[in-house]
Ligand binder design. Sequence first.
Ligand SMILES: [Zn+2]
Length: 111
Amino acid sequence: MVMTTRKWEIKEFDNDFIILPKDPLYCPFCHELMLLHDFIVQKSSQGWYHADIHLKCGTCGFYATFGVPISESEYHKLRNSKYHAKIIDKDIIYLYPDKELEERIRSWGYW
Ligand SMILES: [Zn+2]
């Protein structure tokens, strides 16, 4: 695995860390932007560190899991983040600043 070609990056967000795709990903069914739903990092019994990242399409509800290898230091950053294993709710408007999207997500009852 060549880490430099990885399509995911750890980003600072609200004084903490999250993992996001480097380029926006779009729903294969309705072509809307896939939003970060939550992520969980784990250390496997073989000693590998990885993140399970869930993205969700806000329009049709398609829900996808990406399994991404991470380094030990990335594991600790994400594991200690307040966003670890937490559904991203109202903070999502800061992650994806878009007024129309904000109204749509609010209408789903996120907050
Ligand atoms: Zn969709």
